[in-house]
Ligand binder design. Structure first.
Ligand code: FAD
Length: 261
């Protein structure tokens, strides 16, 4: 059986590799740590209402995959009036490939890729986020950038909706820290966006200096998330937008259960 060669060790690529291994397929992930990769910045939250009718099927397909691979967690965030809101949650650190091959993939063809001057053969899954267009001429993918911040110490979960479809939220994503993000997603990210995000963090009580800043570009493709067979042994998946955990898991299932034969 061919091995699976995955380009990109973000949520999309890591979930595909992990699910393939679960099904007995050997997988190798290549990731060259591009600055602006989305996945390390992700909160890792999701709920059915966010998926809506358009992405509802992905949501249903994704849950058993995530449960099997990492276990589903839930987290309770409190609104300003004290009412709780519950989310499902998988921290990115439980998903992301721990030891990918740290090399840039420089060329890809049907059933092969080149990295660090070496050619590798197998099934190829291109999951390179906003950089996916480099491997598929004509593919339109653009980034919408946002920052997230970690603050020292574990604080109670909070949520504060501040505009239609936008909410500032703070919770313990990783032990010993409180993670903050506010859904900022800009094609042109400027200093003022950063300042506004930090003001929203302060309004949730996170007034000290962050101990870590994350900045990532969510991949958007016109017409919705994209999963396409580019040639007989090569597939492309991207367009995770604000739902990368769910979409990455749903596409991992599709790749492994429906395409790799
Ligand atoms: C602040 C923020 C908060 C978010 N919160 C959530 C959330 O709560 N829930 C949710 O579901 N989603 C969330 N998202 C969205 C989610 O992060 C993205 O949808 C998802 O991470 C996209 O994953 P990806 O694997 O497609 O892309 P990426 O994570 O960008 O990964 C692509 C990888 O490909 C690698 N790469 C690119 N080119 C090459 C090459 N030539 N050779 C080798 N490697 C290459 C890069 O280094 C990168 O690691 C959030 C995003 C941001 C920015």
């Amino acid at each position: 059986m061919p091995i699976l060669l995955v380009v990109g060790g973000g949520l999309f690529g890591s979930l595909a590799a992990a699910y393939a291994r679960r099904q007995g397929i050997e997988a190798v992930v290549f990731d060259c740590q591009r600055s602006g990769a989305a996945s390390p910045a992700a909160a890792g939250l999701f709920k059915e209402a966010w998926a809506g009718r358009k992405l509802g099927e992905h949501y249903r397909q994704a849950l058993p995959v995530l449960e099997r691979l990492c276990g589903l967690q839930s987290v309770l965030l409190q609104h300003d009036d004290g009412s709780p809101e519950s989310f499902l949650f998988v921290p990115p650190r439980l998903i992301l490939e721990p030891n990918p091959v740290r090399a840039e993939v420089t060329a890809v063809g049907d059933g092969w890729l080149e990295a660090a001057g070496q050619r590798h053969e197998g099934w190829v899954y291109l999951a390179a986020g906003v950089w996916s267009g480099a491997f598929m001429p004509g593919l339109e993918v653009h980034g919408k950038a946002g920052a997230a911040f970690a603050f020292a110490g574990e604080r109670a979960g909070r949520i504060h909706p501040y505009a239609y479809g936008r909410q500032a939220l703070a919770f313990v994503r990783d032990p010993g820290q409180t993670y903050f993000s506010d859904g900022t997603a800009e094609r042109v990210y400027e200093d003022k966006h950063e300042r506004e995000s930090l003001l929203r963090a302060a309004a949730l009580g996170l007034t000290d200096a962050p101990c870590r800043r994350y900045w990532g570009q969510r991949p958007y493709t016109p017409g919705g998330p994209l999963f396409v067979q580019r040639s007989p042994r090569t597939w492309v998946a991207t367009g995770g937008r604000k739902m990368g955990t769910i979409l990455g898991a749903s596409f991992a299932r599709r790749l492994v259960e429906e395409e790799l034969r």
